[in-house]
Ligand binder design. Structure first.
Ligand code: AHQ
Length: 241
């Protein structure tokens, strides 16, 4: 609903509105991440998390390819395509999806377990599918805005890496290569994404839709962890400490 009094936010004000969404809703604050970062997850719980997060990871290049096909600016596509390469890799370069499979193997999962979605929880599936559908159907700049959760990811990646290295020493350190790569890829991607959103969201209505897109994405990240928290904490007997 447009109010006549609404004016476009300055870049600083718009950026602050976006950052406030993360401060209030990003999934670094979810109880499941709190358990993980305190070293309180057992091996089975970590395996279920890794297998479910794989469904999110394998859909990232799919949503980025959909988004790429909807960006009307060649210079933006030239940058955005790097995200697909980062995850799918190349015939000579291991990408994020392969690194995540190796993380799962380092936790004792088989590639079939992971790629066959045998451990996939309904809530995770529907949250991830909602993300892909959002990118497929919303205006392309709102889809770019939804990726800005990565403004808040580097701190979480650093926290996660140190928790894994301190508490989950049974996981071979080489399995953590995915998180190390994100420490540089996430800031690069979110810096570009923010510049695109600031440049192309120029009316009060579109700016507010971009903030809503970021909140939507925070909610779908949160929903995945709700499903995992329920499964890991309430609905199974832990058999493998
Ligand atoms: O590993 C992650 C990743 O590759 C991406 C891409 C990006 C997007 O385009 O939406 N979001 C994202 C995220 C990744 N890891 C999550 C995590 O907690 O490990 C965080 C998530 C994000 O912040 O959106």
């Amino acid at each position: 609903m447009m109010h006549a009094s609404q004016e476009s936010w300055s870049h600083d004000k718009f950026t602050e509105r976006l950052r406030t969404v993360g401060r209030e809703h990003y999934h670094d604050k979810h109880p499941f991440h709190a358990l993980m970062n305190r070293g309180e997850l057992d091996r089975e719980q970590l395996r279920v998390w890794a297998a479910n997060r794989f469904y999110y990871q394998k859909n990232i290049p799919i949503k980025d390819a959909i988004l790429l096909s909807r960006i009307p600016h060649r210079d933006l596509r030239q940058k955005w395509i790097q995200r697909i390469i980062d995850h799918d890799g190349t015939p000579t370069e291991v990408g994020g999806i392969e690194k995540w499979l190796r993380l799962g193997e380092a936790m004792g999962l088989s590639r079939d377990d992971i790629e066959g979605d045998s451990l996939l929880l309904p809530g995770v599936r529907y949250a991830v599918d909602a993300y892909v559908e959002f990118v497929r159907t919303r205006p392309w700049v709102e889809a770019v805005a939804s990726s800005l959760t990565e403004l808040f990811a580097p701190a979480l990646m650093a926290q996660r890496l140190s928790a894994f290295e301190k508490y989950y020493t049974w996981i071979d350190k080489d399995g953590l290569a995915y998180f190390r790569a994100r420490l540089t890829q996430a800031p690069r991607d979110s810096e570009h994404g923010l510049a695109v959103v600031l440049e192309h969201c120029t009316t009060p209505e579109v700016q507010r839709k971009a903030v809503a897109a970021l909140k939507f994405k925070c909610d779908l990240l949160w929903a995945q962890l709700d499903a995992l928290y329920y499964y890991c904490v309430f609905s199974r007997n832990s058999t493998d400490a």
